[in-house]
Design a protein around this ligand. Sequence first.
Ligand code: CO8
Length: 260
Amino acid sequence: MSYETILVEQKGAVTLITLNRPQALNALNSTVLAELIDAFAAYQADKAQRCAVITGSGDKAFAAGADIKEMADKPGAEFYSEDFFAGWTSQLVKSTRKPWIAAVNGFALGGGCELSMMADFIIASENAKFGQPEIKLAVAPGMGGSQRLTRAVGKAKAMDMCLTGRLMGAEEAERAGLVSRVVPADKLMEEALKAAETIAAMPPLAAMMNKEMVNIAFETTLDTGLLMERRMFQVLTATEDKAEGMKAFIEKRPGNWQGK
Ligand code: CO8
């Protein structure tokens, strides 16, 4: 399937999705959203694909935000009646149960920062810059920035970024817990694909459940989360892959995963 605003490649068991509007610093418009929903649904449905990576084309930006030119003349009532931006969480994040990583090169601003935070984790290049500068446009984050950023870095830094619009560099982002690793710019894709290949080689049901378990930590109380964790662990013990995984460990050989 070929798209207008994104590129999709399969590299073994890894799906690589590249935002491809470099002339607009990969700004996110309605076409990008529709195409990402389609591409992620195809990734989710393809049993041979075990991990995905999303990145931006060009060396300047992951994505410089929601497309300001698309929003500039749009009547306010339409933002509400269309529930503008709802699809990012309801169709993209919630439907993608398999793991995906954001490889952030350059600017990840506004919706770009928010998209990177929708991924399961972020690997950033040394030149990455994160920000929620919507206040300078007299708006505010609309795709999860005020919520996911606050959960990731805490109130002090989230308030600072949302209220001043300042950008956070890769090192600060790693210190604050927004990104999991910072790598040299010329190694970003190599490192992100290597991480994705590592995940792709894991037992797939366990990968999905590990992702689900960590996400539950953001949604519930400690007691309920601990109960759900135990129940999910117990569910995994009933899989064929668990029998294989423990047998393979004892026999000192790699596991041969069936996803069952
Ligand atoms: N939307 C559309 N086009 C963009 C965007 C964007 N977010 N960002 C950059 N571009 C375009 C520029 O217009 C320019 O196009 P052209 O060449 O046709 O003029 C091209 O990309 C290159 O950009 P610059 O010339 O500005 O490049 P610089 O290197 O000078 O600056 C910056 C790079 C600092 C990243 C600068 O482009 C910038 O500040 N961009 C906007 C960042 C921003 O404000 N992002 C937040 C957008 S709003 C959002 O994401 C959520 C809104 C929530 C609303 C909720 C409503 C319900």
